[in-house]
Structures are given as structure tokens and as C-alpha cells.
Design a protein around this ligand. Structure first.
Ligand SMILES: *Cc1c(COP(=O)(O)O)cnc(C)c1O
Length: 383
């Protein structure tokens, strides 16, 4: 490869992607091809046997009695809300720093998102700020297990119980994480997952699921996702077309069998990053919540020099991401909520400082060492 003068370091190394989906594909391609071939040859594309099989296996993985496969993570949240009769005139509490879909699901259900600030050290919703956001219209609290670390669920479940509010978990980043030994997706009335390709468990396209221990809720969600149908052409609800494709279920079944191992690898990589990145002046790592486990969907560092660090790494072949650059209350789409700058100081503090560095199961030790060395050399003399 020719030496590019502007890019002296990257030439010595391959590009280190933020997520390497091809490396994952190569490790399981034969099984994926066999699983897809079976669906393609049978042509059971809609609610085929693989959907029910995957739902059963995923429910077991998430420690819940039922799982309902749906079209994506946003629809998982939306269907859970609607099936719990949450809609117009109602409010749902969620963190100000999350992916926009958490809020969009509430809006799509016809309810109003009410935001709460996050903890500056662990990035998840600050349970001590929930109480003040509750009004007579509040119906649910929607904690997000952001970055793959389970939110501090004990106080959240306690507030829900005391105030008669549903707790709906946004577990889109946290397949396999736990709070005090309970898997994400098993603690609230519903747990909502995304199988977007880059998530810890990802489809070959879009997919999602809702887990629950409530048989009636599961049954109602199955009706909603399938055009409100109980029998063909008998529509008992104003439903959606929001099913999980059989083809995606077949792929997810293969990947689910590897998920625990992949999560273990992610955690080992995170330990390695933590060791290599500790004691760097001006660089902060995410703090861990007592009683929570982490499946490291993301590994974030935090610095006052984020944009510069991002460019520095990019030039040296290290791809990074920002999750997320703009909190919900400052998004144009939510100008109508009437929030302003300064309303959620921790979310606003983090947005310009956080950087997600490469994290996926197939990451090699050489790559981790290289990324860490680049960060260390950038931070030299900074604070
Ligand atoms: C990915 C994600 C979603 C949405 O999932 P999609 O499958 O992309 O619709 C919702 N919430 C969070 C926290 C996410 O990370």
C-alpha cells in the first residue's frame, strides 16, 4: 500500500472499523446460508415456524415467559405501549440521552415523551430525578439500558410499584445484561429489543422483539403486530403490519446460539481497554453501576477534546461513533415539547464529550492495543 503522507500510521495498519459485521459473517457463514436456504426453499416467509422457534429461544435467553417478534426496535416499544393502553393524553418518562427511537415510539403511540436527565458518570437515567417528572398523566417509565449496561433498576421498579406506573425497558442495546441477577427484558412489564444489524444480536436487516411475563399482554401484542387479526380477515384491534420476517428469525436463531460467547468476548475487550486506558489525564471511562452487568454494545471514552480525538483516530485508521451527539430535548423533531438548552445539564455535558471506540466480538488484541496507544498519544499533555 502506498504511503500517504497525511496518513502515516494508518498505512501500517488496516482500517479498524467501529463494528466489523463481515468478520462476524465469516465466522458463521455456513450456518447462516443453510438457515436462509431452508426458508427460501419452503417459502414460509410470513410468521413461519422459525419465528415461533426464535421467540421461544429468545424468551428463555431474556429470562421471560414470552417473546413476540416484531419488525424493529421502535415498533417493539410502540406495540408494548399501545398494548398497555398508553396513548393520547398520557405521558411516558424516558432519559434525555437515548437514541431518538425511544421517544418516537412514545409519540407514535400518541403519548407525550417526558424527559429526565442522566447520570454523568454511568450515562443511564438518574433514578433520583424520576419522581419530579411524574404527573397525573404519567403512565409509564421507560429506562434505557444505554451502551449495554443495565440501568439502576431497583429504585426504578420501586417508583413504578409505588406510583402505579408501568416500567417498560428499552433493552435495544442490552441483550444479555443483568441487574442484580435479573436479565434485561425480564424486570419490567415489557422489555423491548432491537435486532438492527449493529446491535449485539443483529439481523440481516431490521428486526425486534418484546419480552414479557404477562400472557395476556403477549397475546395482545401478537394481534397488534399482525394487522389486528385474530383469524384471517377478522380484525379485533386497529393493528400494524409489524411482524418479524421468517428469514430474519432463521438468521437470528443461528446468531442467538453465539450471543453469550460474543458478549463474553466484548466484556474481555472492555477489560483490556480499561487496563490500557486507565490513568490517562483528561480521559474518563464510563463508571459501572453496582449490581448491573454490562454487555458492551458500546465502549465510550469521554474527553474535553472529543472532536479533535475523533479526527486524530480517523486519520490513523480508527473508526469511531458518537452516541449521541444531540440529546432528545435539543432535536428539531421535538421542538414542540418546549424544552430548552440547560434543561438536562448532564446529557448536555456528555453530548460533546463522548466518543465510542471500536467494539465487537471479533476485535483482536492487536487492534485494541493499537487503538489504545493512539488515544494515549493524543491525550499526552492534555487535560
Ligand atoms: C437501536 C435502538 C432503538 C431502535 O431500534 P430499531 O430496531 O433501529 O428501530 C431503540 N432504542 C435504543 C436505545 C436503540 O439503541
Amino acid at each position: 500500500m502506498p504511503q500517504s503522507p497525511a496518513n502515516p500510521e494508518a498505512s501500517a495498519h488496516k482500517i479498524i472499523p467501529f463494528v466489523d459485521l463481515q468478520a462476524q459473517y465469516q465466522s458463521i457463514s455456513a450456518e447462516l446460508l443453510a438457515a436462509t436456504e431452508e426458508v427460501l426453499s419452503k417459502c414460509n416467509f410470513i410468521l413461519g415456524k422459525q419465528v415461533a422457534d426464535f421467540e421461544e429461544e429468545f424468551a428463555r435467553f431474556a429470562g421471560a415467559k414470552h417473546a413476540v417478534g416484531v419488525s424493529n426496535g421502535l415498533d417493539a416499544l410502540r406495540i408494548a405501549l399501545t398494548a398497555l393502553n398508553i396513548g393520547p393524553g398520557h405521558e411516558v418518562i424516558l432519559p434525555a440521552n437515548t437514541y431518538i427511537a425511544t421517544a418516537f415510539a412514545v409519540s407514535a403511540a400518541g403519548a407525550k415523551p417526558v424527559l429526565v436527565d442522566c447520570d454523568r458518570e454511568n450515562f443511564n437515567i438518574d433514578p433520583s430525578k424520576i419522581q419530579a417528572a411524574i404527573t397525573p398523566r404519567t403512565k409509564a417509565i421507560m429506562p434505557v439500558h444505554l451502551t449495554g449496561q443495565a440501568a439502576d433498576m431497583n429504585p426504578i421498579l420501586e417508583i413504578g410499584k409505588r406510583r402505579g406506573l408501568h416500567v417498560i425497558e428499552d433493552a435495544a442495546q442490552a441483550h444479555g445484561a443483568q441487574s442484580h441477577g435479573r436479565p434485561c427484558g425480564s424486570m419490567g412489564i415489557a422489555g423491548c429489543f432491537s435486532f438492527y444489524p449493529g446491535k449485539n444480536l443483529g439481523a440481516a436487516g431490521d428486526g425486534g422483539a418484546v419480552t414479557t411475563n404477562d400472557a395476556n399482554l403477549a397475546a395482545r401484542m401478537r394481534v397488534f403486530r399482525n394487522n389486528g387479526e385474530t383469524k384471517k380477515y377478522e380484525h379485533v384491534e386497529k393493528g400494524l403490519n409489524a411482524r418479524l420476517d421468517t428469514l430474519q428469525a432463521a438468521i437470528l436463531k443461528v446468531k442467538l446460539s453465539r450471543l453469550a460467547e460474543w458478549n463474553r468476548k466484548r466484556n474481555a475487550h472492555a477489560d483490556r481497554y480499561r487496563a490500557l486506558l486507565s490513568g490517562i489525564n483528561g480521559l474518563h471511562l464510563q463508571s459501572l453501576i453496582s449490581g448491573s452487568t454490562h454487555v458492551h454494545h458500546l465502549f465510550m471514552v469521554q474527553t474535553n477534546h472529543r472532536d479533535e480525538l475523533k479526527k486524530y483516530l480517523e486519520v490513523r485508521g480508527v473508526q469511531t461513533g458518537i452516541h449521541y451527539p444531540t440529546p432528545i430535548h435539543l432535536q428539531v423533531a421535538y421542538a414542540d415539547l418546549g424544552y430548552k438548552k440547560g434543561d438536562f445539564p448532564n446529557a448536555e455535558y456528555l453530548a460533546p464529550r463522548i466518543l465510542s471506540i471500536p467494539m465487537f466480538a471479533e476485535l483482536t488484541d492487536d487492534q485494541i492495543v493499537y487503538v489504545s496507544e493512539q488515544i494515549r498519544s493524543f491525550m499526552k499533555g492534555k487535560n
